[in-house]
Design a protein. Structure first.
Length: 353
């Protein structure tokens, strides 16, 4: 998972962040819709001077305005041409089913290359799924870390050897260039960009309103088909995970979780990794970090109390895990996402070891 970014300072009088979605024939309606849905649901939080104001303005554009074919039985009418790219703060390229993965540098469609040439230097650029082929063909990913759908990874690597492809992750963040894996990973990427722009509280509200998790553990490996016998799939670790989330403050053991599913520790560990994509310990630590983040954002509890309620036991342990997962200390995280006024007094903060 990328290091947790600091949200950009936001001027309440500034216009909404402009997101331009560049579509082509064969565009996947789900990918187009999720961008509009997620960014469209992001509003200034309660208590802000502009509470409730939309934080993003999303437009759909194409190399030429007009009717664009989708991979479904209906087209979309795109009213904006490539001029929208020149005005965008973020340009996002979703995937397309059809001849959408360029085989040559510059892209198979000269109109597409001309459209991308309108993007201003420094504009944040992102892709969903095989939209990464378009960014790579335009030279935007050379020397950068990127990902794409695991089914297309081998072809991508052969076409674009200068790109540092990571086919195991859900998304990558290389500063002003971001990429994601399959369609659903586009949700993860959009939430990450919202969190990066406006903080965890705004991103979490968007996740809640669209009924998706604010963060998914694991990478693409958990979705790659494996020859697992059907009887192996009947049992699940879901009940143990749900129970663990209700008891994070306790010193949970792997044996205790396995017993809740009537499995051996070995079977539970294997099944857990198959279903979630990470080990039980890594998942548990991640959930505790998420609980700590929530408490740091929403309460004034001292860091030691946050550590205890999240199951880390001590403030030192919480600091260690937050630095490993997010790259910041609990105090710095609270200052970033709640503001300096929310910080406890020095007497309430355990000094670093």
């Amino acid at each position: 998972m990328p290091r947790e970014p600091r949200p950009r300072p936001r001027n309440a009088d500034a216009p909404p962040h402009r997101v331009a979605v560049l579509v082509r024939d064969g565009v996947l309606p789900l990918e187009l819709g999720l961008v509009h849905q997620l960014f469209g649901a992001a509003v200034a939080p309660p208590g802000a001077p502009d509470a409730g104001r939309r934080l993003y303005a999303v437009v759909t554009c194409a190399p030429a305005p007009g009717e664009v074919r989708t991979d479904a039985d209906f087209p979309v009418l795109v009213r904006h041409g490539p001029e929208a790219l020149a005005e965008a703060d973020t340009v996002l390229v979703p995937a397309s089913h059809g001849p959408d993965e360029p085989d040559v540098r510059g892209g198979s469609d000269p109109r597409l290359a001309a459209a991308l040439a309108r993007v201003r230097p420094g504009t944040r650029t992102a892709s969903i799924c095989t939209g990464a082929f378009v960014l790579a063909a335009a030279g935007l990913l050379d020397g950068r870390r990127a990902t794409t759908h695991w089914k297309s990874a081998a072809r991508f690597r052969a076409l674009f050897p200068d790109v540092r492809l990571d086919p195991d992750v859900l998304y990558t963040d290389d500063g002003d260039v971001l990429t994601s894996a399959g369609e659903a990973a586009g949700i993860d990427l959009c939430l990450h960009m919202i969190r990066r722009d406006h903080g965890a509280a705004v991103a979490n509200d968007v996740a809640r309103s669209t009924v998706v998790p604010p963060h998914r553990d694991g990478g693409q490996a958990q979705f790659i088909a494996r020859p697992v016998p059907e009887p192996e799939r009947r049992a699940s670790t879901g009940a143990a995970r749900a129970w663990a989330l209700e008891h994070l403050e306790r010193p949970l053991t792997l044996r205790e979780l396995a017993e809740r599913e009537a499995m051996s520790v070995r079977t539970f560990t294997r099944r857990f990794h198959e279903e979630v994509g990470v080990t039980p310990l890594r998942w548990l630590n991640r959930q505790r970090v998420e609980r700590a983040r929530q408490l740091l954002e929403e309460t004034d509890l001292p860091v030691d109390r946050v550590a205890a309620d999240a199951g880390f036991g001590t403030g030192a342990s919480l600091r260690q895990h937050m630095r490993a997962a997010l790259g910041v200390s609990p105090r710095a995280y609270r200052a970033t996402f709640r503001g300096p006024a929310a910080l406890p007094t020095d007497a309430e903060v355990t000094p670093p070891p």
